[in-house]
Design a protein around this ligand. Structure first.
Ligand code: SF4
Length: 204
């Protein structure tokens, strides 16, 4: 790992922005940024933010969503957690807390604004970025995103073949909450996942 990337990751590990200088409501607990990055990685997973389990474990995707995502990608745990192959950079690095219904709050808006533009230029070998859920699709695709997640995922070929920079694979979040979406959109398992496995295998 380059010294400058290590310095940046140390800065992120010490970040207290959402407690000390938040946009609006303060983070309701001590920050615990959870991400993984190395300049060798060719694949990045950009999801939402840690949930309660990951907030405790400090390791991303140590939950049923992680099991499903690894299955989608066709990778073992060992491959998934090899930071020299796969970076994991969510839109918010800290667990954002729960809403009044017990669901996770959205990723902290401050996080991507503060860190992503500084972090991604260190990952010079990246050539495939998985955009897991709406927040990551909105940030990375900008105006290229379609009006719904379903349409964005359905147009995955367009993003995979983007001419400049790494290719993108937009995906729904692998949470059980999306079981009905997956069932309703059968093209996702039939067309997208086989190609996802091929693209991952090429880069491992
Ligand atoms: S969510 Fe991001 S910006 Fe907020 S405290 Fe955590 S690392 Fe810092």
């Amino acid at each position: 790992m380059s010294k400058s990337l290590r310095t940046l990751l140390n800065e992120i590990a010490a970040c207290r922005h959402c407690v000390d200088n938040p946009d609006g409501t303060s983070l309701p607990h001590d920050p615990n940024p959870v991400l993984r990055a190395d300049k060798s990685a060719r694949i990045a997973i950009c999801g939402q933010a840690p949930g309660t389990r990951v907030h405790s474990s400090g390791v991303p995707f140590t939950d049923p969503s992680g099991d499903r995502l690894r299955d989608w990608m066709g990778v073992s745990e060992e491959q998934f957690y090899d930071v020299q192959r796969i970076a994991i950079i969510p839109m918010g690095f800290c667990f954002p807390g729960l809403d009044e219904k017990g669901g996770d709050l959205p990723p902290r808006r401050e996080c991507a604004r503060l860190w992503h533009a500084r972090l991604f230029p260190h990952l010079t070998r990246l050539d495939l970025i998985l955009l897991v859920g709406n927040y990551a699709q909105k940030w990375h695709l900008g105006k290229e995103r379609k009006s719904t997640l379903t349409e964005t995922v359905r147009n995955w070929r367009q993003y995979l073949e983007m001419r400049e920079g790494p290719g993108y694979m937009p995906l729904p979040h692998p949470s059980w909450r999306n079981n009905s979406w997956i069932k309703k959109n059968s093209w996702f398992e039939k067309d997208v996942l086989p190609r996802l496995k091929v693209e991952i295998k090429k880069r491992l």
